[in-house]
Unconditional design. Sequence first.
Length: 510
Amino acid sequence: MKDILQELETRRADARMGGGQKRIDAQHARGKLTARERVELLLDEGSFEEYDMFVTHRCTDFGMEKNRPAGDGVVTGWGTINGRMVYVFSQDFTVLGGSVSATHAMKICKIMDMAMQNGAPVIGINDSGGARIQEGVDSLAGYGEVFQRNIMASGVVPQISVIMGPCAGGAVYSPAMTDFIFMVKDSSYMFVTGPDVVKTVTNEHVTAEELGGATTHTRKSSVADGAFENDVEALAEVRRLVDFLPLNNRQPAPVRPFFDDVDRLEESLDTLVPENANTPYDMKELILKLADEGDFYEIQEDFAKNIITGFIRLEGQTVGVVANQPMVLAGVLDIDSARKAARFVRFCDCFGIPILTLVDVPGFLPGTSQEYNGVIKHGAKLLFAYGEATVPKVTVITRKSYGGAYVVMASKHLRADVNYAWPTSEIAVMGAKGATEIIHRADLGDEDKIAAHAKEYEDRFANPFVAAERGFIDEVIQPRSTRKRVARAFAALRSKKQEMPWKKHDNIPL
Ligand code: HXC
């Protein structure tokens, strides 16, 4: 009996060593943690329940039958983050480069199936040389099985990908279909074809970091949602994010204890909007002053900064925030900002997270570049996402809300539940200058007349009251009381139920 127990411990110890000390040292020398160290940091201490530690591949080609490491290059199981269950897989680069064999994929599929069945998020830590070359199509089939599960799990349980090493070729498409992708600066990259192929095909000389590093994907491509300095920081931030999210689409997000007065008045907000309508101000200040304890988890912070997306809590409840940022491009809507916000709105809607929209938008960005690249379709994504969202929606207009962008930004007409406006709001088809130049074209050149017309237009429309007279704005509120008003609005909406007409699924403009 003792021998059997001893054998188990020996086998476990062997599996825990992955590809051996030399390769573990090499992993550390690159500033990377091992697959197991990452799981330990991600999960609550001692909470990890491992599965399939002794699984080995079945390949007999290219001498592989002599090299069958226990675990087959991926550590899988479940554990807790602040007491809440998550499933996790963590690819072990020290074992055959973390490459994906049929059995490696099978391990991942097993925990994804359990996650869907038991209603808990899946967190995938990616560090892999891609398809196990020795296995050929068996490996590709394994990827296909994972992809299909990514699709089935989408909107059922949150899926989070953390890229902590290579992720190349078709392998990128599994993270691409998850809800959030986080990367580590200088030690992770994602691309469909690497620098050598790029050089051969397009004659572009580019490093792996330039082509698909964390900075590229958080600033240029928007493939990734956040970039962190090292593994430790990335895993700590994933834990912070999970705290905001529900475990699945049938459960509400967790309610955290809060120590911030919900009636807190912020007098400084009364002067947040500058006197001059063209002077920018920082919308993040409003978000931080609204949030419980000023805690804001920003998503895609470095991309399309003219719109801000992220999570706060109000009375301990998670709220998704979408806010125009007047500091960047005057907060205009364009292709990138519309795409960024649309995806965020859809995430919130499928996981029952209420949406707060803070509006200061001068309209859509004009230009050939925008039109040629399809701003019509991309702008429509945000419009569609807001219109189809059935979660509680509260909107606050702080200043400009012009034209089509007024309708898009969670207006009453897209079934927003409570629409507030600050007294500084201007809700109109366009700004006074542009409007005057169109409707008083005959007076162009006569500065006095144009100024008088602009003043007349401003007096009529550069305020929230016309919209309030129509009921499109439910109430004009004091800026200082915004936290209280918004929190009460969401409190009143906690039992909201809204149905969509039956359909197989919609056809959002992609
Ligand atoms: C089998 C692999 C492997 C792979 C790496 N290894 N990738 N084994 N299949 N795909 C093994 C190496 O043989 C080596 O084994 C160990 O992992 C570490 O690899 P190194 O090359 O020494 O490490 P490094 O110098 O850091 O380079 C890492 C790397 C490189 C850039 C990932 O290994 C590489 O280019 N690998 C091949 C990548 C690739 O072409 N994959 C297929 C992509 S297509 P030892 O025993 O020496 O430690 C794809 C399609 C997916 O993935 C399709 C889905 C539909």
